[in-house]
Ligand binder design. Structure first.
Ligand SMILES: [Zn+2]
Length: 251
C-alpha cells in the first residue's frame, strides 16, 4: 500500500463513474484543489456514500494512484444536508462551489477559501440573511482572496483617499473607485453610494467570522449586485453553468 496522506478539505463536486464509483473534486488546505477517486461510493453500504458529496467538509485520507488520488477514509465534520432541501439556497450553493473550483489550483493552500465557503454556506442556511447579499459578499470576498480585489480605499488612478462625503465613482476598467477628477471623461465609471462603498470595504477586509453580520437596504443591495456582478463577469473568462441555473430559479 502506498503512503497515506491526510488532508482537511471540502467536496466541490462529485461525478458518477461507472456503476458504483465517483470522482470527487476536493478543495484542501494541504494540496490545493485535487480530484480523488471514491471507489464504491455509490453502493448503499459504502462508508463514502454520505461523504462523497458536494458541501461535505471533513478530513480525507488519500493514497496516490497512477492517475489520481484515491479515497481511503473520510471523517465528516460538516455536511449541511439541510441545504439540499432549500430553494433557491441550494442553487446559490452550487454556484459558490463552482466559483471556488474555477479559482482553485493544485498545490496552493486553500484554507481561506475553505473558511469562506464554510461561513457562506452557514449564511445561506440562516433565513435571516438575504441570499442575494450572501452572493455579493461571497463573490467580492472570493475576488479579494484570489488577489483580484478592486481598489476600494483610494482612487485607482491617482491614489488619493476620498474624503468623507466626497462624490466617488466605481470604474470596472480601472478595477476600483475613482475620485471626481479622475472620473471625468471616464464614461463607464458610475457613481457609487457611500453605503455601497462602505459595504465593499467591509467585505474585502472583515474577519471571516464577521462577514455576514450586516444587512443592506434594497437599493444599496441592488447597487452592490450590479457592481460586483459586472466585476465578476469581467474578471473571469467563463460563464458559470450553475449561475445560469440560479438565474432561472430566482426569476
Ligand atoms: Zn483620482
Amino acid at each position: 500500500m502506498n503512503d497515506l496522506i491526510t488532508v482537511q478539505g471540502v467536496v466541490l463536486s462529485a461525478m458518477p463513474v461507472g456503476e458504483y464509483d465517483k470522482r470527487i473534486v476536493l478543495l484542501t488546505r494541504e494540496l490545493g484543489k485535487i480530484s480523488a477517486f471514491a471507489r464504491g461510493s455509490r453502493r448503499l453500504n459504502s462508508p463514502f456514500m454520505a461523504a462523497a458529496n458536494p458541501f461535505v467538509f471533513g478530513t480525507f485520507t488519500l493514497y496516490e494512484g497512477r492517475n489520481s488520488y484515491n479515497l481511503n477514509q473520510v471523517s465528516v465534520t460538516h455536511h449541511f444536508v439541510e441545504l439540499a432541501g432549500m430553494q433557491p439556497g441550494i442553487y446559490y450553493g452550487y454556484y459558490f462551489l463552482e466559483l471556488a473550483d474555477y479559482f482553485g489550483r493544485e498545490g496552493t493552500d486553500e484554507r481561506e477559501m475553505m473558511n469562506l465557503l464554510y461561513v457562506t454556506v452557514k449564511a445561506l442556511l440562516n433565513p435571516k440573511i438575504n441570499d442575494r447579499l450572501v452572493r455579493c459578499v461571497y463573490e467580492l470576498r472570493t475576488m479579494a482572496e484570489q488577489g483580484l480585489c478592486p481598489q476600494v480605499f483610494a482612487c485607482a488612478a491617482c491614489g488619493r483617499e476620498p474624503e468623507e462625503g466626497e462624490t466617488v465613482f466605481f470604474s470596472q476598467k480601472e478595477h476600483g473607485i475613482l475620485c471626481g477628477t479622475c472620473a471625468m471623461g471616464e464614461r463607464e465609471a458610475v457613481r457609487i453610494s457611500d453605503a455601497a462603498l462602505l459595504a465593499m470595504r467591509f467585505i474585502v477586509q472583515a474577519p471571516m467570522g464577521k462577514l455576514y453580520t450586516f444587512a443592506l437596504k434594497e437599493e444599496v443591495l441592488r447597487e452592490l449586485e450590479f457592481l460586483v456582478g459586472r466585476y465578476i463577469a469581467l474578471n473571469t473568462d467563463r460563464r458559470f453553468k450553475s449561475l445560469d441555473i440560479l438565474e432561472v430559479m430566482v426569476k
